[in-house]
Design a protein around this ligand. Structure first.
Ligand code: ADP
Ligand code: MG
Length: 696
């Protein structure tokens, strides 16, 4: 212990503390706790008030209390379940303590006449008010046992670490903190002042040992200034780390790409439409970045159908015209195929050579493609994640376009730099679905953002209706009617299992059933198990109008574009997430006819299922839907980072604390200009373990 008291302690390993051996340290490590500082940031989940003893006569149900009294009676009761019932009295009233699990020793000790102090939650039980399995201590002399002087913290824990152990451990750390030796306050007081936030030491002391009278409600809601102090620091650290990443990438040189003229002119002339004002504006924003000589880092957001692909194509032409390669990565093979088809139609007439690379491309085909990419013969390369694997080398990659479903990781973004050979490629990220502003601000703080806030003309809003499976027959009639009138429809089958094979099978059964019910219609089936050629043929027949009803699995979620299709039935929509439902619905409403989306659900709906369906009925605005999705699912799920732990935070919660994000942006600017020396320290403190800056 003496060594630990003589040096800066925050980084001292936990094993330097009393009673912490290698084995216990291992358990702590599982919670991400390695040193004293980590322990300090392991703040309580909630608190108990054990500072007052409540008279038994004044107890109310569902409240945590400390009571003290004398045992009148202790008895093993045989009911439905055997239990030990102990009757306790304190002169104001009596209460029963009930133990379903008890040892012989326990039974012997809890004898008539003994005085005990208990802690537990009051419940209504068999014999009136009861405490189930309370914590208890024997009190020999009434005044012998002092009550707690602070609120009792309850720490987030893991198997094999009791709350008593936590308290014992934390009391050591708090002692160090009180001596002012455990941690440095990195945030200058100038920054804290306007927010009236405490310094780090007082904040931590308060949270580990809140004084009697502390506002439990406020603490539980994470609204206390001491909590806000830590939350803001953590959010700041994350924000700074993203800005650091950005700065580091932008130190690289990138090709200078002036606006493409020749290619762009012929391309636009070949299109059956002109770009919307919003598309034009975003293209200009991109173009400015491309001409700067350091890597662009730009996120393009736009609702389903807003025409992000066209924007990507125009950006690609700027690179292609200067003789640089372009890579376009999509999250799924189906979406990548759709892009390939689009770009082939658009670019091949311009004499641009295309290449296709996905995980399924193997053997000889793969070698040929890789050779074309490394020689530069392939100018525009489209594919899945396979594109950015280590063994794929480019001749001169100038622009990487990422159509992402889930957040493209920081590491992946860094790895992209290696693909440019001397020059770092520009990076254009397009989100498959809109991201709520608050999330974009924090999770994508390293990117500039452009928003396509306008849909191409001629779209009609989709009318969305929810109905129960029992009305299936009516729905089928509705399809008959629409198709007789010359319109086309989608029937989307959903399945819980993540198995393409099972999903395909279920869709097949549905297609047969519908064909029997609607013999006069041309019905086709499409699913992910078909070969690309088969899929293309089926889609072509639907696009030409020959097929009237297309039964599909969720493969049509992306990329399908048939303006004459104005009716969509989604079976069991409750199985899908909001973003996915919104993507699916985006397949209709592309033509001038009024479009309908029927959500045919299976009762009873779960709470979340109800919320999602309600949201779909309420709005067709993808940004609003994204906000609701965030409310229902939380940021980890929405960003798809839950598993990767990329945005995992210790105290802050992006959703709960989103109201602080504007301030954080401001703080980050102030920190960079007035206290640049703390940037690294903050990042190391809060993210040190999670992000490896290997290449920075
Ligand atoms: P998303 O933003 O969902 O990726 P897409 O890029 O797939 O949308 O575009 C949706 C559809 O809108 C496509 O059929 C595309 O050709 C068409 N489109 C794009 N821009 C325009 C425009 N300016 N005018 C008319 N149609 C457009
Ligand atoms: Mg798209």
């Amino acid at each position: 212990m003496s060594t630990i008291l003589e040096q800066s302690l925050g980084h001292a390993p936990v094993t330097e503390l009393k009673n912490v051996g290698a084995k216990f340290a291992e358990k702590l490590a599982k919670l991400g706790i390695h040193n004293v500082q980590d322990l300090l940031f392991h703040v309580p989940l909630r608190y108990q008030d054990r500072t007052r003893i409540t008279p038994i006569g004044g107890l109310r149900p569902n409240v945590d209390v400390v009571i003290e009294g004398e045992i009148m009676l202790a008895d093993v009761v045989f009911g439905k379940r055997r239990s030990l019932a102990v009757r306790l009295q304190d002169g104001t009233g009596t209460i029963t303590l009930r133990f379903y699990h008890f040892s012989g020793a326990q039974k012997n000790n809890l004898q008539k006449g003994a005085r005990i102090r208990c802690y537990g939650e009051v419940r209504r039980g068999r014999a009136g008010l009861e405490l189930y399995h309370p914590e208890y201590q024997f009190v020999d002399d009434v005044s012998a046992l002092p009550t707690e002087k602070t609120l009792t913290p309850i720490y987030p824990s893991t198997e094999g670490i009791t709350q008593a152990r936590w308290r014992q451990l934390m009391s050591q750390v708090v002692t160090l903190l009180q001596k002012g030796r455990a941690i440095d306050d990195l945030i200058p007081s100038k920054l804290l002042l306007p927010y009236q936030l405490p310094n780090l030491r007082s904040a931590l002391l308060y949270l580990h040992q809140p004084p009697v009278g502390a506002n439990l409600q406020e603490l539980e809601n994470h609204q206390h200034p001491a909590q806000k102090r830590l939350i803001m620091e953590e959010l700041l650290a994350h924000n700074l780390s993203l800005l650091k990443m950005r700065a580091s990438i932008q130190l690289d040189h990138a090709p200078v790409l002036p606006a493409s003229n020749t290619l762009k002119t012929s391309f636009l002339a070949s299109l059956p439409f002109t770009p919307t004002n919003a598309q034009q504006r975003v293209v200009n924003e991109i173009q400015q970045d491309l001409s700067k000589g350091f890597p662009m880092l730009r996120l393009v957001q736009g609702d389903v159908g807003s025409g992000k692909t066209l924007v990507a194509a125009l950006a690609a032409l700027s690179a292609l015209e200067q003789g640089f390669q372009v890579a376009l990565m999509a999250p799924t093979e189906i979406l990548a195929e759709q892009h390939l088809k689009n770009f082939q139609t658009w670019f091949e007439p311009l004499g641009i050579s295309m290449a296709w690379l996905a995980g399924k491309v193997k053997g000889k085909a793969r070698q040929t493609t890789m050779a074309a990419i490394v020689s530069g013969e392939a100018q525009m390369v489209i594919g899945t994640h396979a594109l950015f694997q280590d063994d794929v080398a480019f001749a001169n990659l100038g622009l990487a376009i990422i159509d992402e479903q889930h957040r493209f990781g920081v590491h992946q973004r860094l790895a992209l730099r290696q693909k440019g050979k001397g020059l770092s490629p520009h990076q254009l990220i397009m989100t498959a679905t809109p991201i709520p502003r608050t999330l974009a601000m924090s999770a994508y703080a390293d990117l500039d953002t452009s928003v396509i806030d306008e849909l191409p003309p001629g779209r009609t809003p989709v009318n969305t209706v929810a109905l129960d499976q029992s009305r299936r027959q009516q729905v089928i009639e509705r399809i008959r009617h629409a198709c007789v009138e010359g319109r086309q429809a989608y029937w989307v089958c959903t399945l819980i299992e993540e198995s393409e094979a099972l999903e395909a099978q279920a869709a097949e059964v549905t297609a047969q059933e519908l064909q029997t019910a609607l013999p006069e219609l041309n019905i086709a089936l499409i699913h992910g198990r078909l070969k690309p050629k088969e899929k293309a043929d089926i889609m072509a027949a639907f696009k030409s109008g020959e097929t009237q009803l297309l039964v599909a699995t969720t493969v049509i979620e992306v990329g399908v574009d048939v303006p004459n299709a104005s009716l969509m039935i989604i079976e069991n929509p409750e199985r899908l997430g909001l973003a996915q439902l919104h993507q699916l619905r985006g397949r209709v409403g592309r033509g001038s006819a009024a479009s309908h989306c029927l959500l045919m659900y299976q009762s009873p709906l779960s709470q979340a299922g109800k919320q999602r369906i309600q949201a779909m009925r309420d709005t067709t605005d993808g940004f609003k839907i994204a906000e609701i999705d965030l409310d229902i699912r939380g940021p980890g799920e929405v960003l798809g980072t839950k598993q990767t732990g990329l945005m995992q935070m210790r105290i802050a919660d992006l959703q709960r604390d989103s109201h602080l994000l504007d301030d954080i942006k401001h703080w980050a600017q102030l920190t960079q200009t007035h206290a640049p020396h703390i940037v690294e320290l903050l990042i190391a403190r809060w993210l040190g373990e999670n992000i490896r800056y290997g290449q920075v």
